[in-house]
Design a protein around this ligand. Sequence first.
Ligand SMILES: Nc1ncnc2c1ncn2[C@@H]1O[C@H](COP(=O)(O)OP(=O)(O)OP(=O)(O)O)[C@@H](O)[C@H]1O
Ligand SMILES: [Mg+2]
Length: 253
Amino acid sequence: MTITSKPSASPRSLNEPVLSVKGVTLEYPDGSDGVLTALDSVSLSIGPGEMHSLVGPSGSGKSSLLAVAATLISPTRGSVRIDGEEVTDLRRRRRDHIRREKIGMIFQQPNLLASLTAEEQLVMVEDFRGVSRRDAVSRAREALEVVGLSNAGQRRPHQLSGGQRQRVNIARALMGSPSVLLVDEPTAALDHDRSESIVRLLRRLTDEMGLATLMVTHDTDFVPLTDVVVTMRDGVLSDPVRTKTAAGPALSD
Ligand SMILES: Nc1ncnc2c1ncn2[C@@H]1O[C@H](COP(=O)(O)OP(=O)(O)OP(=O)(O)O)[C@@H](O)[C@H]1O
Ligand SMILES: [Mg+2]
């Protein structure tokens, strides 16, 4: 893995955002005969090296937006473009490919396999991708180093702290050198100091790898570490608001 932006063979032009969501509406069946509108004409765009915070009350549609951006759910209407490619109408195989190669996902709970060491969790991802064992091990070690865990590769999840487990989770999401990072409440299970170091790590990775990062957070303390904040209410997304302190010296990890 190279910890720089991946040379892209994509149709994205220089001025085009890496992640672009336009007019996305998502309706779920409501259990009786009607529909529940989880996302209502939502638009956002994120360029390389930009980190956006997504805040809003419980049930407002934040995770639904991440699921649509991750190509896990097709929207009822609207467009999602990743690296310039429209992904909403693609066949399943192509969508799976884009998800594997271009999207890193990080959820609240690390969801690591109890019997595997930190290094093995990462090697497994590369196995799925058809990477040789030797290359997979070397990429896994590089990713662990990037998240500050070079000495923990042989430890299993129960031998790691909550913050360290989340770092393994982040390293795993980086294995394919994604261009988009989608993060859903990564600090909900951590205390304030550990939470801050995780958000700072995500900020640094966004900068160094040129990622387009969208992070759901309930903790507004960390919003100033990101470039832009958007607020979801009842499936409607606010206009983006630029944060003021995004590029200060305090951002170094
Ligand atoms: N698979 C589903 N089927 C039907 N309704 C769903 C489904 N998933 C989510 N919803 C509904 O869509 C709305 C948005 O849910 P979503 O999970 O996106 O909210 P959220 O903002 O992430 O909330 P939280 O902060 O609690 O995680 C909610 O009303 C929820 O009940
Ligand atoms: Mg959610």
